[in-house]
Ligand binder design. Structure first.
Ligand code: SF4
Length: 161
């Protein structure tokens, strides 16, 4: 299947506000192509779903404890295209910023056939919907093979935690 390259405001703003995520297979191909140092360790936590479902009538301290528990219990590590300045590092707590693969408003992975899944299917979505698929992609990283890939990637060079 081929995917079009688009430079409309929605698409470019998506790449400028938060890098797209891919499957472990997508990321493996990007690593094999030699771009491993332009990736970062991002994470997914279903904190919102967990906390919002319990938040009614809870004292503030309990809400905070519940949030911390949710992060610890539900966090899934994911290798993703890096935010500029976070190459081969852990993503910031709020992983917002321009993708390192965006050059002159174009994704350099596109013509190489290496664009991650969310980038492929996010064509022309408004910016607010840019991360629409994160919960689904995160599930693909919640297994031993994906965890092994992450460890292999970290061991390729001087990964900065
Ligand atoms: S990898 Fe490409 S499509 Fe995805 S956010 Fe970066 S520049 Fe955009």
């Amino acid at each position: 299947m081929s995917y079009k390259s688009c430079t409309c405001d929605n698409c470019v703003n998506g790449c400028k506000s938060r890098p797209c995520w891919g499957t472990p297979g997508d990321i493996k191909k990007i690593i094999s192509a030699g771009f491993e140092k332009q990736l970062m360790l991002d994470y997914w936590s279903d904190i919102n779903a967990a906390v919002v479902s319990n938040i009614k009538n809870m004292p503030f301290d309990d809400i905070l404890n519940d949030m911390v528990d949710s992060i610890i219990r539900n966090e899934v590590d994911i290798i993703a295209p890096a935010i500029k300045g976070y190459e081969y590092e852990k993503a910031p707590f709020l992983p917002i910023g321009e993708c390192t693969f965006l050059e002159n408003d174009r994704c350099i992975l596109h013509s190489l056939g290496l664009k991650p899944l969310e980038g492929k299917i996010a064509i022309c979505k408004p910016n607010s919907d840019n991360n629409y698929d994160h919960p689904y992609v995160a599930k693909l990283w919640d297994n031993d093979d994906a965890k092994f890939l992450i460890e292999e990637w970290k061991n390729k060079g001087k990964y900065y935690e």
